[in-house]
Design a protein around this ligand. Structure first.
Ligand SMILES: Cc1cc2nc3c(=O)[nH]c(=O)nc-3n(C[C@H](O)[C@H](O)[C@H](O)COP(=O)(O)OP(=O)(O)OC[C@H]3O[C@@H](n4cnc5c(N)ncnc54)[C@H](O)[C@@H]3O)c2cc1C
Length: 375
């Protein structure tokens, strides 16, 4: 029987970042993935690091996102140093283009909203926006610059975090399906992996949109997949410096010159097909934002499954089963939230003293209804 201080189900960015953090704190950590680690949602993402809420329902994640964004430079430096791999971190801010006739009014509202949440945002005239990003449409009326925001090459980052975790002593087990948590008396004592028991003092479920499939975890992690389709473009004679947004699309630069465009949000189960209709919508919105992309080559299309929750907020923290923790449901922000998630889990495991209020994200919030439905 295998025995560790910590056993983690799921080798996406969330599981890998937690493993890395805990190994650096001196714990013996094992990471299990039912496929190759790092090929789930963390591979499919766009890599935007933005704590700005998409709607009022997401406002409670702002402190988490803001802190995680602040942790990014140190996180990246540690990962790059230990892995010897570059993760394509670009701290150049993001620019949101406004097209409507009442753009000035919209601009004031957005800026006030951001400032109220402690987020930096600056008004930018159409001329200045074009100077910053010549590829932007001449139709835009104004823009919002968020200087603190950034992006990262999430594929490279996830790979590098996995390498850095292994370099710090984490044992990684690929093609290892976690079937259920294992109980011993009144506590969680590890899990069952392909029929074998893995024993651990701490057991963490970080299996992304499949977390609810692990027997015994669904009541704490009622996640479901939210499909997102993406396109990678390569323009011949121009690139963009920073993430660009409109109401309908975002464009994300990569250090290799590619420009990613995305993304849809679809509730169609575990289907990862790329569809003509969605590609058409993303391309149309991308060309409206940056018309020069019309001549760009389509290099790649793909779809990924975000781990979404009933209230769209992440699930991070301990459960009422001693030894069992959950770290999933990061929905559209798991790349951004990886450093803070890893930090909070490490603080809980090593000191039980948390530096940020995480009660809003507790696995216990789904209560009896979710428990009755999912157990
Ligand atoms: C199109 C798209 C765009 C996105 N853009 C952004 C963005 O710009 N910024 C941002 O912050 N976030 C973004 N996200 C969200 C982000 O990708 C996710 O929130 C994050 O990657 C979740 O990480 P994870 O480790 O929880 O899940 P995953 O990366 O999916 O990893 C889960 C892992 O668990 C494994 N697993 C599943 N079941 C089991 C089991 N039973 N046993 C063992 N292993 C198991 C899987 O094989 C997988 O490797 C985007 C997502 C998509 C799809």
């Amino acid at each position: 029987m295998k025995k560790f201080d910590v056993a983690i189900a799921g080798g996406g960015l969330i599981g890998a970042a937690i493993a890395f953090e805990l190994a650096r704190a001196g714990l013996q950590v094992a990471l299990f993935d039912r496929h190759e680690p790092g090929e789930g949602s963390s591979w499919a993402a766009a890599g935007i690091l933005s704590p700005a809420p998409e709607n009022s329902g997401m406002i409670s994640t702002v402190p988490l996102g803001r802190t995680s964004l602040q942790l990014y430079p140190e996180f990246v430096a540690n990962v790059e140093e230990i892995s010897g791999q570059s993760v394509g971190y670009r701290a150049k801010g993001t620019l949101e283009a406004l097209f409507s006739s009442d753009a000035q009014e919209q601009l004031s509202t957005i800026i006030a909203l951001h400032h109220g949440l402690g987020l930096k945002a600056e008004p930018v005239s159409a001329d200045d926006a074009h100077e910053m990003e010549p590829a932007l449409s001449p139709e835009l009326e104004a823009a919002v610059f968020r200087p603190d925001e950034a992006c990262v090459d999430n594929r490279a980052l996830t790979k590098a975090v996995l390498t850095a975790a292994e370099g710090s002593g984490v044992k990684t087990f690929a093609e290892s399906n976690v079937q259920s948590i294992a109980k011993d008396g009144g506590r969680c004592a590890g899990f069952i992996v392909d029929g074998d028991k893995v024993e651990s003092r701490w057991t963490i479920i970080a299996a992304g949109c499949c977390s609810a499939e692990i027997k015994g975890a669904a009541q704490y992690a009622p996640v479901r997949p939210a499909k997102g389709q993406m396109i990678a473009l390569r323009a011949k004679d121009f690139s963009i410096e920073r993430v660009l947004w409109s109401d309908h699309v975002y464009l994300v630069p990569r250090n290799d010159g590619r420009i990613l465009a995305g993304a849809t949000v679809e509730y169609v189960g575990f289907d990862k097909k790329v569809t003509a209709g969605s590609v058409q919508k993303i391309i149309a919105a991308a060309l409206q934002l940056a018309p020069a992309l019309a001549d760009a080559q389509i290099e790649e299309t793909w779809a990924g499954l975000r781990p979404d929750t009933p209230d769209h907020l992440p699930i991070i923290g301990p459960t009422d089963l001693d030894g069992l923790l959950i770290a999933t449901g990061h929905f559209r922000s798991g790349i951004l939230l990886a450093p803070i998630t890893a930090r909070l889990i490490r603080e809980w495991i090593t000191t039980q003293n948390i530096s940020l209020d995480w009660s809003r994200f507790s696995p216990m919030r789904f209560g009896e209804v979710a428990r009755a439905t999912n157990s």
